[in-house]
Structures are given as structure tokens and as C-alpha cells.
Design a protein around this ligand. Sequence first.
Ligand code: ZN
Length: 449
Amino acid sequence: MRIVFAGAAQEVTGSCFYVEAGGSRFLVDCGLFQGSRLAEEKNELAFPFDASRVDFVILTHAHLDHCGRLPLLAKRGFHGAVYCTEPTVQLADIVLTDAAGLIADEAERDGTDPLWSEEDLERLRPLFKPLKYHQRTKVGKVEFELYDAGHILGSSFVQIQAEGKSLVFSGDLGNPPVPLLQTTEAIPPADWVIMESTYGNRRHEDWHLRKQRLGQAIKASVSQGGTLLIPTFAIERTQEVLHDINEIVHSGALPYIPIFLDSPMAIRATEVYRDFTDYYNATAVKQLATDEDLFSFPGLSQTMSSAQSKAINTVPPPKIIMAGSGMMQGGRILHHLKQYVDEPKCTLLIVGFLVETSIGRQLLDGARHVRIYGKEYPVRCKVQAIGAYSGHADQPKLLSWIGGLPHPPKGIFIAHGEKQSALDLAQSIRSQTGFTAKIPALFEEVILE
Ligand code: ZN
């Protein structure tokens, strides 16, 4: 059995693992490398395998850093099946359709060829094959089963069995308890584990504080008559924040305030969340009995068109604007940021992960000036983060998940984390469980005996 780490090695994006086992060649995820550009130049590198000879792909979830190179794979000759849950099929379509437009814009701006186009996405669409959690699937001599990762709607980790060995790929692990999703399932037996380490060296704020801190940020912004900007991760963070604002509004704790969901992708993703209530946890199902729409409340406007988006600027504060992209490498959030970044009454509220090179991370790290679309702006707005909204398990949760292995594995590979984060998690795994943990480099190849 052979694995090549074709992405997310000592970094958080570009998840892609190539496996040869039981006479099959397959991938777990095929995500986009993201940084200051939506599609980093690294994406142009040749795959360390022949795309036309890959038999199938297992897709853990719909985030772009896990699915964003699938159209490129199809462009380079892949024509096998892509196995994932039904919500992942729907959400990946939304994410990839949005990315097609952004990648085309980015290429035009830079005078380069786009990484992949709408045409390549068309090639990919018929290849998706939905599976349910725990529906054991056999392709050739490889068997696999999806487990609920509790990270976004339909997200999974996967156990694969071939050549008498078992492998678990963690995908991205969730940060339970969250308002809508089930909790992350326990890890099944595995000889080898490939696990994420996004927050491998961090401890999140207590989840009880999520709604409370969101309510405080909104109230502070309203009382000073300012604009609250929330960069939205279109999937999961948006729905959790809408769910919590819905509760805050229904509790009567807020005056009427205009709230804009200014992200066509987030608006579409929220529709998918409305459709798949059977993936919700028991508390959310119970809430549906008294409130049939958990993502809608007085004051909320969904702005699909760019004319509607631009008109938001004419609405006097106080107001709340949720806009994409969540990592702030592009999208409507940057247009709003240009407008408000030098206003002391404006607050930028970060509710998710930001890669090192993103504008959001610069702001969070205290930058006094930022460049937005080539122009420099002074930073006078407030910048706050609510860590408890993170969709990723923190170090204690990662350790508790891996510590749930019924038998010591032969080895663990730490992926999907910036270097320090991966190092700290590997060290903690060694000291707390005694398991062996390594941090592979990009394109490193490992033979599993
Ligand atoms: Zn993810």
C-alpha cells in the first residue's frame, strides 16, 4: 500500500491524498491550495499521479480546500466516481460553481489562463455518487465507510480497508457541540491514521460563549451606531451565526436592526441546510417543531445581485453585513471592507479560520494598513474574533478523538495544519498516547507495510 501526500502537507489547504491499494488507485479529497490568491500558483503543479488512471475519489466534505481541484482532475482525464454524502454533492456544486467564477476573474486580472473552467466542472458533475454514513462500499478490492465528522453538513471521515489493513482519513474534524450538527463520531480501529491539525496547538474558547459573545458584539456595534462586518464562511459558520442571531432576535434581546446576508453562495448553501434536516442533531430537530425556519428572522435581507449588494452602503448604520469570502481573499467582503476599514465605529468580527497570508489574518494580527485590490488603506476599525465558532476541533478534542482508537495504530500522519500546529500536535500525541506521529512533506511518498 502506497500513499502520496499531494496537498495539505504542513499547511491547511490543498487536501489531496493519493493511495494505491488492492490493485486500485484512488484519492481522498482533491482540494485547492489557497492563500492570498483564491487559486494559488501551486495548484498548477502536475499531480504526482496520472489523473486519467485514478479509479475513484472519496470526498470528505464540500469545502474548497478539499474539493477545489476536482474539476482540474477531470480536466486532466479523470472519469471515475466521486463518493461522498448527498449534502456534500449539493454543497460541492455550490462551492465549485462559485469558485469557477472567481478563478476566471482572478485569471483575467492576472492575465493568465484559469486553472479550470465551467466546462471542466461540467465534466465532473455526473461523476458524483452519493452515499449514506455507514453504507459500506466496495470498489474492486477496496472497502470503505463514511463516518459523521461533525464539521459541516454532510462532512465525513473515512475508514478504508484493503490488503488486510485499515486506514482512517480524518478529513476535517468538527468542534462539537454545535447548534445543528451531530457530534463527531468515535474513530474506528485503524492501522494507519491521516489526521488534520488545523488547531493542533490551540484551545478554543468555551462553546457556551459563542452566542453570548456574538450578542455582545452586535449590541456594542448597535449602541455606537456602527457597522458590524462578519466575513462569512458560506457553509456551516453562516448557518450557525444565522441560527444564533435567530435565537437572539426571538428572545427580544435586540432592537430591530438591518442584517444583510450578502453572499449568493451562503444564501444557496443555507437552502441545502433547510433541505437536509435529517442530518441535524436532536436539539435542532426539536427547535424545528416551534420555528420552521432556523435561519430567518425580522430584519434579515438576503442580497443576491451585485446591485442589491452595492445598495447596502446607502443603508445608514447601525447594520450588520455578513459577506464572503470567509478567508477574505476575495468576494463582496473586500468591497465592504474598503468602505469601512478606516471607520473607528466599524467592527470586523472574525468567526473562522484565516490562512497566514489572508487580509483577515493581517487585520487580526494588528496591521495598521492593508492593501485591498492594490490600494492601501489605514486600519481604524475594531477587529475581534470569536474562537468558539471554529468549525475545527482544537488540540484537546483532536487528542481525545485519536485517543479513542481501540488499539495503538502502526502510525499516524499529521496533515492539514501549519507547521507549528502539526509539530505541537505530533508531540502531544506522542506524549499523551504513546502513538507514533509523523509530519509528511508535500509530495512525500510512504509505503505502508
Ligand atoms: Zn473543512
